[in-house]
Design a binder for this molecule. Structure first.
Ligand SMILES: Nc1ncnc2c1ncn2[C@@H]1O[C@H](COP(=O)(O)OP(=O)(O)OP(=O)(O)O)[C@@H](O)[C@H]1O
Length: 328
């Protein structure tokens, strides 16, 4: 088990804490994604866990053993962990295969080749094993650096935006193979992402950060169903944040009226002929399966999904069958 307790960290030059009183734990073999807006501290948290920065306060333990920063270790970074940063750090004068095997023992060369091949297969780069990295695209270089980490079979794998340079179809394949392989090998994975789908499809739990603080740490379904506040809800993409009481029966006092919204996801707005409210379509855009419809009711704009195109100005009826409220 990895435990992070009350962690505080500031970069020397910065006034504000980059990591502010963060606590959470990760069980062996779990896959955790860290999400949050740019600058919220995702990469810094990975660097702290790996031991590349000295935290100001708090504690990190792995299986009850305290982990320390570079001030306490001759070589920064913990042996049982691997950290794949966004700058790949490949050697351009040796082959892809040699890069992947860079940290492996030469004691049994057949076994070493097997480890290299296995890792390259996970990231679908086995055909480029004898290529030199400077001939590779950004996405291929990214996959080589992931393979290098996998080949060492760490106990904990820390990945900083591991799918950022991959096109959509390749990403789906690599993402699935990588997570399946880590699960099969009981490797604990913590990765940062800006893509909610990465978080949804791969993670056991999601950690949401804002300005260095932990906002929420929960199972994927729970984060969507009960987001801590509207910032977390908005990380899921389009949302309707409505005045409480206008589209449900809830009544709040005057102060809370401004502190809460009724949160309705676009797939929860039901457009149908018997709908309770009337709306007028602003536009509808094809999203691959459904149309994302924008429409207006009184002074409120809505977003909803609908299976067919709806033309600008069309009159519709809709219902909102939920009572979920969320902090502003
Ligand atoms: N080397 C550094 N020196 C000083 N401040 C830094 C340094 N690296 C990051 N910061 C600051 O620390 C905060 C957290 O940065 P971090 O890179 O961890 O965020 P992030 O969530 O990973 O962002 P992104 O999604 O853009 O990668 C930001 O305010 C950033 O400006």
């Amino acid at each position: 088990m990895l435990t992070i307790h009350n962690l505080d960290f500031s970069y020397n030059t910065a006034q504000q804490k980059a990591i502010d009183s963060i606590s959470f734990d990760v069980k062996r073999g779990e896959v955790i994604s860290i999400i949050g807006e740019s600058g919220s501290g995702k990469s810094t948290l990975l660097r702290l866990i790996y031991g590349l920065e000295d935290f100001n306060q708090g504690e990190i333990t792995w299986n009850d053993k305290k982990l320390k920063g570079p001030a306490f270790n001759i070589l920064p970074g913990h042996k049982m962990m691997k950290h794949v940063a966004q700058d790949y750090e490949l050697l351009d004068f040796v082959t892809v295969g040699e890069n992947v095997g860079k940290f492996l023992s030469n004691f049994d060369l057949d076994y070493k080749q097997k480890q290299i091949d296995e890792a390259l297969r996970v990231v679908e780069l086995i055909d480029l094993k004898d290529q030199f990295p400077n001939k590779l695209s950004g996405g291929q270089r990214q996959r080589v650096s992931i393979a290098r980490a996998l080949a060492q079979k760490p106990e904990v794998l820390l990945l900083d935006e591991p799918f950022s340079n991959l096109d959509q179809s390749l990403k789906l394949t690599i993402r699935e193979k990588l997570i399946d392989w880590c699960k099969a090998n009981q490797i604990t994975v913590i990765f940062t992402t800006h893509d909610l789908h990465d978080a949804f499809y791969t993670s056991d739990r999601i950690l949401v950060l804002q300005k260095g603080k932990k906002l929420q740490y929960d199972e994927v379904e729970k984060v969507r169903e009960k987001p801590y506040n509207s910032y977390v809800a908005k990380l899921f993409g389009y949302v309707n944040l409505l005045e409480v009481g206008k589209y449900n029966n809830l009544k709040l006092n005057d102060i809370d009226m401004f502190n809460y919204y009724q949160l309705v996801y676009p797939d929860e707005v039901w457009i149908h002929v018997d709908g309770e409210y009337y709306g007028e379509v602003i536009d509808s855009k094809f999203q691959g399966r459904d149309y994302l419809v924008r429409f207006k009711h009184d002074d409120t704009n809505f977003v909803a999904y609908f299976p067919f195109v709806l033309n600008k100005g069309a009159k519709i009826r809709f219902s909102i069958p939920n009572n979920r409220i969320v902090k502003a």
